[in-house]
Design a protein around this ligand. Structure first.
Ligand code: UDP
Length: 250
């Protein structure tokens, strides 16, 4: 189930990078030298399950330059198939470490996604938390394919080094891969609902729950409408176990 490279692990058809936060950040920083955009995705179990039925999503996730595992489900899956993943690289934490690096280097960031107003509120909080960062621009994430060209022009004209795409899966992954040759930024990262968190509209689980691998439970309790989406988690683990059993028989 592992790819020939020891740096990658394959879980249900999705190739994941086996790195800790420091190494992940080093890899991300390299895109600033090589130009880009380097596309970064952080799939969780829900996205990996969705990719089974959505070929476009699967191609987009596997087409990304860096793919870090988000969520305890993926870490568990790695253990089941006998591979370690250095724990999860939570998308939100990776994004904040990247923003920290961007502040140190005085880089500029474009925020794309969320409901109207969210990206602007997130920008306000980024300016306070990460002084040194320039906000190149913001735009909400509710536009159709006809509007994409205009948005890409706006991002390119802003001169942003980093683009955060917060439109949820599969929209954000497909947007980044489809438009990677048109985008002039060095880094494009899919960050799901992270702008909602930065804007203070959604709260992350308390640290003790994050450390206990229970962030999913906090999300379920605070956003019960997610129950249908999250019901795939046990199915994901069962499928990984079945895959492993099949492998053992070969
Ligand atoms: N969103 C968007 N455009 C869309 C659909 C969703 O910008 O067409 C935003 C939505 O407002 C939310 C984010 O995408 O801010 C998705 O958040 P979700 O909690 O689903 O992502 P997760 O953190 O679970 O990956």
């Amino acid at each position: 189930m592992t790819s020939p490279s020891t740096q990658k692990i394959k879980i249900m058809g999705i190739l994941l990078d086996r790195v800790d936060y420091d190494r992940a950040l080093q890899k991300i920083e390299r895109f600033l030298e090589t130009g880009g955009p380097g596309v970064i995705v952080t799939p969780n179990a829900e996205i990996i399950m969705a990719a089974r039925k959505n070929e476009k999503l699967k191609e987009a996730v596997n087409g990304a330059d860096l793919c870090f595992p988000d969520g305890i489900g993926v870490v568990l899956a790695a253990r089941i198939i006998g591979k370690s993943l250095y724990g999860r690289t939570a998308g939100f934490d990776l994004m904040t470490q990247m923003l920290d690096m961007a502040a140190r280097r005085n880089l500029s960031v474009f925020l794309l996604g969320g409901k109207p107003g969210v990206a602007e509120e997130a920008a306000g909080s980024i300016k306070v938390k990460f002084p040194g960062i320039k906000i190149a621009g913001t735009h909400h994430g509710y536009f159709d394919e006809n509007g994409e060209g205009q948005i890409i022009d706006m991002i390119n004209k802003s001169g942003a080094h980093i683009l955060l795409v917060a439109m949820g899966a599969p929209k954000q992954e497909i947007f980044m891969i489809k438009n990677r040759n048109k985008l002039h930024c060095s880094i494009a990262m899919g960050v799901g609902g992270s702008l909602d968190v930065l804007a203070g509209r959604v709260h992350r689980a308390p640290v003790f729950m994050q450390k206990a691998g229970l962030e999913w439970l906090y999300r379920l309790v605070t956003q019960p409408t997610r129950i249908k989406r999250m019901s795939v988690l046990p199915l994901f683990i069962i499928d990984v176990i079945l895959d492993r059993l099949r492998q053992n028989k070969l």
